[in-house]
Design a protein around this ligand. Structure first.
Ligand code: ATP
Length: 871
């Protein structure tokens, strides 16, 4: 049992080095020997099984039966065609599904957690998969434990182990507690950390003692069930719609069959027609089509630095009307540089710092000692705020490494965004200094004296006012202000609770953090498209407002409110005031939840950013929780719907754009498919009711279904982005798929296509009274070609085909050309023509059917024009 062994035994057993970690070569050798550190996944389904799933549908079974019956009755060509259609349909479905699956798979890889390990004497970040036994792993708040660890060092480390033990209250960990006894429960093994549990507080280091399936979680979860399907609301709605439509189509088919019986038609022919119509008109492929469009969209988003973790997020993104964003790092560059300071009664630029002045020296030294970042000429790691402090020290030849050696850290209370403070206990000769740094307003509360002229004097109200004035002056210049304080104590045994009390104030530093490029433009773009940007920051009110003003988020100071002030407001008043607020300052993570809830209650669709452990609740509450990819913790990422790989605000706006485009594309595709189906039903049903011979043969229907439902529908689904999408207002999330104009398009075009097909047939019977086959060929061509042309007009509900550019969707043009060529091949190649029972059309016939086929395109373009003129 690892927890029973002493550290020396562990180190010997794993042949590792606490100070330098493993060498890269050794780590690689161990990885090659033991394999990657991940839990086994469920076996993938075989191709045969996937293929079977495609065919496993009642309608397909009936169609199969129909093929067998056709063959028995000697209609071999019909049987063959039906079989070909079934196989092609299954292959298309299979390809679509496996493509979607692959895209989702690669997504999973992207969000695979990272781990911090010591390798070759340096701390490096690697994928958790690459951790090997013997690695020295560094843990910090917000990180997942990458494998089972025997802890070597802990500083207030707390780990939430519910994944393993079910216990959601975090357990405290102590490296030095060596336990004895066989049957100590996992939850009580305080010197161990286990894979898949989560660090909620503090820091620690440990030796990797078990990886992958040898870990405790690996022993329990022999197999990870990754089978959970995450259907988007749209997909769920579509699946329901599909069922309703399917039922409707079946009713029509039965009706058609009854009418045929009454009219004493050839019953077998009618049975085949009814089944083919059902197969053609039931949009069984819709959910798969939607998945693939979403998956392609997800890939496009990755290129724009946004990782979508949950598919429904894409749809929701399209209707976001409020973006709540962090300031530091998202709106700003998170490249901090200290430019001003206040100490010993003076506010000045950094050049005014004098290391011979004891207070000045203490300010810089304490800021360095109370930081976790590392800094040297060629490498900087850690929080940019702290890197700026270390950089300041380096300017005066004060280096973290030297300082740490001189004044060893013996205890600490880590920074958290609720307290907005961080404290360390460092050895100074034979005594100790408590050093605290953090937000000035919080720090001033716990200071009772101030360091002035080399001596410690009481912190009078007047002196406090001077400090606050200096802080105000810096923050109004958009500087982030950090204060430092200290106190001397005799013993290392000081209680944690009494550390941050009765401190002596030392001074302030102010650092600039310039806004990111492009953010101003993105905010302007949001404004134009009806999206409100709200800044939510832990920083000071003045700093926040100064930057918000510069970026065009807020105009007036009345639009700024402190997090706790808002939190105190009664619900109703919060609701009344929130519409005017653009900046929330000094916000703690729990205030964020109230902000999101209040905004949501007013009917807004809210996106909220977050990075820390405590941000998880607000990320989950928001419609779109956005986690930072660079600075974000694993916990925040896990709670989010989307991760920004560049932490950039503009990426959120790009994602919203993409979300809008994807939704539009899906809607276009569905409207297209359904209006074509309506057209087919109308043509057949009306034809039969009118007592005409069959307008189309069953295999014609199956064929049309094959060439229109597949490629053209998909090509519409991946239509290039509309550059003007952000000129529109956000889509109302409650709006149905076919509300308003869309519904009119859907039904109108369905009727039009149906009537045109009937017209082609009618004219055909007039020109060739003795050949039903000829007329059928004409309606067959009109039905398929009109659908193909009509896709061009479907690309935009307002812009004409010339405005969007006829050739801008190459896939669609390819799909149309291929469709027409195949249609032509079927009619002109004698063997196929005999199989499809079609007639070789004359030049005049072709001209006539092409003329009819472009009617939907022309009519739609005219309607768009008229619509535009009237609005
Ligand atoms: P956001 O990213 O949400 O815009 P933020 O990053 O500015 O906000 P926090 O990181 O919570 O918010 O910081 C809030 C305040 O805490 C800062 O204004 C600063 O005074 C203080 N602070 C930030 N980082 C540290 C740190 N490492 N140690 C001590 N205090 C810090």
């Amino acid at each position: 049992m690892w927890f029973e062994k002493s550290l020396d035994e562990i180190i010997k057993e794993f042949n590792t080095d606490i100070v330098n970690g493993l060498s890269s070569e050794e780590a690689l050798a161990r990885k090659n020997k033991y394999g990657p550190n991940k839990l086994a996944e469920k076996k993938k389904k075989s191709i045969l099984k996937l293929l079977f799933e495609q065919i496993n549908d009642v309608l397909i079974y009936i169609l199969l039966a129909a093929a067998v019956i056709s063959a028995l009755l000697g209609e071999v060509s019909d049987a063959v065609i039906i079989m070909v259609v079934i196989v092609l349909n299954a292959i298309i479905g299979l390809v679509q599904e496996s493509k979607a699956e692959k895209a989702l798979e690669s997504l999973k890889k992207l969000s695979f957690p990272k781990a911090l390990v010591k390798r070759d004497g340096r701390i490096v970040e690697i994928s958790s998969e690459d951790v090997v036994i013997g690695d020295i792993v560094v843990l910090e708040a917000g990180k997942y434990v990458p494998c089972d660890l025997r802890l070597i060092e802990t500083a207030n480390l707390k780990i939430e182990e519910s994944a393993l033990t079910g216990e959601s209250v975090p357990s405290e960990k102590y490296a030095e507690n060596v336990l004895k006894g066989e049957d100590i429960a996992l939850g009580d093994q305080q010197n161990m950390a286990f894979m898949s549990t989560m660090v909620t507080y503090g820091r620690g280091t440990g030796v990797a003692v078990a990886a992958s399936m040898d870990t405790e979680i690996g022993k329990i979860a022999k197999m990870l069930d990754n089978d959970e399907k995450n259907l988007t609301p749209l997909q769920v709605k579509l699946a329901q719609l599909g069922k309703i439509l399917g039922f409707g189509v079946l009713v029509i088919c039965v009706l058609m069959f009854i009418v045929a019986v009454i009219q004493k038609r050839d019953l077998f022919e009618m049975f085949l027609t009814a089944i083919s119509l059902a197969v053609a008109a039931v949009p069984e492929g819709l959910p798969a089509m939607v998945t693939i469009v979403l998956a392609v969209g997800v890939q496009r988003m990755i290129k724009k630095n946004a990782i979508i973790r949950k598919l429904p997020a894409i749809e929701t993104l399209g209707s976001v009307n409020i973006i709540c964003s962090d300031k530091t790092g998202t709106l700003t560059q998170n490249k901090m540089t200290v430019t001003k300071f206040y100490a010993d009664g003076t506010l000045d630029n950094i050049s005014g710092l004098n290391m011979k002045n004891k207070v000045h020296f203490a300010l810089v030294e304490y800021m360095i000692l109370c930081s976790d970042a590392t800094y040297s000429a060629d490498s900087k790691t850690g929080d940019p705020t702290e890197i700026a402090l270390l950089e300041l020290g380096a300017k005066f030849d004060l280096y973290k490494k030297d300082e740490d050696r001189l004044h060893v850290r013996v205890n600490e209370i880590p920074f958290d965004s609720d307290r907005k403070l961080m404290t360390t206990l460092n050895r100074f000769d034979n005594k100790y200094n408590v050093i605290t740094k953090g937000a000035v307003d919080n720090l001033i509360e716990i200071c009772s004296s101030i360091y002035l002229n080399g001596g410690i004097v009481p912190f009078s109200e007047e002196l406090k006012l001077k400090v606050m004035n200096a802080s105000d002056s810096m923050s109004k210049d958009a500087l982030r202000v950090l204060a430092a304080a200290f106190k001397k104590v005799d013993s290392i045994e000081i209680e944690i609770d009494s550390m941050e009390k009765n401190l002596t104030f030392v001074g302030l530093v102010g650092m600039i953090d310039p806004p990111r490029e492009n953010v101003r433009d993105s905010i302007e773009e949001c404004k134009k498209s009806g999206i409100r940007t709200v800044m939510i920051t832990g920083d000071h009110k003045n700093t926040a407002f100064a930057i918000a003003k510069e970026l065009g988020i807020a105009k007036d100071f009345s639009q700024v409110m402190l997090g706790y002030e808002f939190d105190k407001l009664p619900e109703k008043e919060a609701g009344n005031r929130i519409d005017n607020l653009r900046v929330f300052a000094r916000v703690s993570p729990e205030h964020k939840v109230k902000i999101v809830k209040t905004l949501k209650k007013k009917g807004n669709i809210v996106s909220m950013t977050g990075d820390g452990v405590n941000d998880a609740p607000s990320l989950k509450t928001a419609d779109i929780g956005v986690a930072m990819g660079i600075t974000g913790t694993d916990v925040a990422k896990d709670a989010s719907d989307m991760i920004l790989t560049d932490d950039n605000f503009s990426t959120i706006v790009e994602a919203v754009k993409e979300g809008r485009n994807i939704y539009n594309n899906i809607r276009k595709s569905i409207t297209f498919l359904l209006s074509c189906n309506i057209g087919e039903i109308i043509a057949l049903f009306i034809g039969i009711v009118l007592g005409w011979p069959s307008v189309l043969r069953p295999i014609h229907l199956l064929w049309v279904n094959l060439i229109t439902d597949s490629l053209p529908a998909l090509a519409l689904g991946v239509d290039p982005d509309d550059p003007d999408i952000m000129k529109e207002k956000p889509r109302d999330a409650r709006e149905g798929l076919f509300s308003g104009k869309n519904g009119v398009f859907l039904i109108g075009n369905g009727i039009l296509i149906g009537v045109l097909t009937l017209s082609a047939f009618y004219v055909g019977t007039r020109i060739y009274p003795n050949s039903v086959m000829h007329a059928q060929t004409m309606s067959f061509v009109v039905l398929s070609v009109s659908q193909l042309f009509y896709t061009l007009s479907m690309r935009h509900s307002e812009k004409s085909i010339f405005q969007i550019g006829i050739f801008t969707n190459r896939y669609l043009i390819g799909a149309i050309i291929l469709g027409i060529v195949l249609q032509n091949v079927v009619i002109t190649v004698p063997f196929l023509a005999s199989v499809f029972k079609v007639f070789r059309l004359t030049l005049n016939d072709w001209m006539f059917v092409i003329l009819l086929s472009i009617v939907p395109l022309v009519v739609n373009e005219i309607v768009k024009m008229l619509w535009k003129q009237n609005t």
